[in-house]
Design a protein around this ligand. Structure first.
Ligand code: EPU
Length: 333
């Protein structure tokens, strides 16, 4: 395995900002991955998947590891009328979803067309159109980033919550594979207004009807990161108290609200950013996408700090207007 020195990371992060890694390697096997950990015990380490949810604001003074672990195996699961599939971390997420839909395996179709790798899916518990990946995950296999020791995490041990998991919180593990349990039968359940609307004309939508509808909605609202560099939703949808919700609703009656744990309500960051006057706003090389205010787009800067400055302008505007501090969903280094 080759260790590159002073390695340019621009094409390995979806915002395409420029930064150098002191050291960089691409292990092809679990053994090589473990070797990389052990070869540089003193270096701080950063593991990259497809780089779709992070960007760089400065050089990384350590070892950047970009595993290339491929493969998939299926195991029947008669007991639950389902199938179990173990997928290696570097497989492309949407190709895996397409494979499931083609084979009639249900559970992940609402998560179609999300950019990224399979290994990244449990880290931030990806979600869309009323589904979260945690509901189909049986187990995650990961290595300790300091020792290379292998661990298996049950669904419960992953400590999943909205866009969060033990992997995201501790940054202590490298996901090497994910075991999914998928249903072999499918019946469409209405969960999300946008998707229901798209499927309104279809009687008994099939798995591929749902996948195609999701892809259409996403293409309308979200820019392709290969054409317009972006990291998807930049902020998490905030949880707010009933009092704050009432106060905002007195001015904006159609504020989206969903009850969540602890008596709180989840509202829409896009709605708040939009009402704070930041939809489709461009400042220099950075802006919010006209069709979805939650997406920050890089129109041409090489400097991640320009994105951070724009992010702070949005946070200040939302905080001033609504007294809600948005929390970034994207990772910044
Ligand atoms: N809205 C606005 N202005 C906008 C966009 C949206 O006011 O510019 C309002 C609308 O009222 C809309 C509501 O916000 O009904 C919600 O918008 P949308 O359906 O686009 O969903 P979202 O809450 O903004 C979340 C996820 C997306 C996911 C969609 C669809 C988060 C942080 N984001 O966005 O995930 O695709 O739901 O389920 O939870 C991602 O994580 O990168 C991502 C794209």
């Amino acid at each position: 395995m080759i260790y590159h020195r002073h390695f340019q990371l621009k094409k390995y992060n979806a915002f395409q900002t420029e930064a150098f890694a002191k050291l960089f390697c691409e292990p092809e096997t679990i053994e090589e991955l473990r070797q990389a950990i052990l070869d540089y015990p003193e270096e701080q380490k950063l593991v990259l998947g497809a780089g779709c949810n992070l960007f760089f604001t400065q050089d990384f003074d350590g070892l950047v590891i970009r595993p290339n672990l491929r493969g998939m195996r299926e195991m029947p699961d008669q007991e639950h009328d389902s199938v179990m599939v173990e997928v290696m971390a570097s497989e492309d997420w949407d190709s895996f979803v397409a494979h499931c839909v083609e084979n009639g395996y249900a559970g992940l179709e609402n998560l179609s067309f999300i950019p990224g790798s399979v290994g990244a899916a449990p880290i931030q518990n990806i979600g869309a159109y009323g589904a979260e990946v945690k509901d189909c995950i049986l187990e995650v296999i990961a290595l300790d980033i300091h020792t290379g020791e292998s661990f298996s995490f049950s669904n419960h041990e992953c400590e999943f919550s909205y866009r969060d998991s033990i992997f995201k919180r501790t940054r202590k593990y490298i996901v090497i594979s994910v075991v999914f349990r998928l249903k072999k039968s499918f019946h469409y359940v209405e969960k999300y207004a946008d998707l229901n609307k798209e499927l309104a004309e279809v009687e008994q939508p099939s798995l591929s009807d749902v996948r195609e509808a999701v892809i259409r909605v996403r293409k309308r609202k979200l820019p392709d990161h290969l054409e317009l560099p972006n990291c998807g939703s930049f902020f998490k949808n905030p949880y707010i108290s009933a009092e704050i919700a009432e106060r905002i609703k007195s001015e904006y009656e159609n504020l989206p609200l969903y009850p969540v744990e602890g008596g709180l309500l989840k509202t829409s960051a896009a709605f708040l950013i939009d009402r704070a006057g930041f939809r489709g706003v461009r400042e220099g090389n950075v802006g919010t996408y006209p069709n979805q205010a939650l997406i920050i787009v890089n129109y041409g800067t090489a400097d991640g700090n320009e994105i951070v400055r724009f992010m702070n302008r949005i946070r200040d505007a939302v905080n001033t207007k609504f007294e809600i501090l948005l929390e970034p969903e994207v990772w910044m280094f």
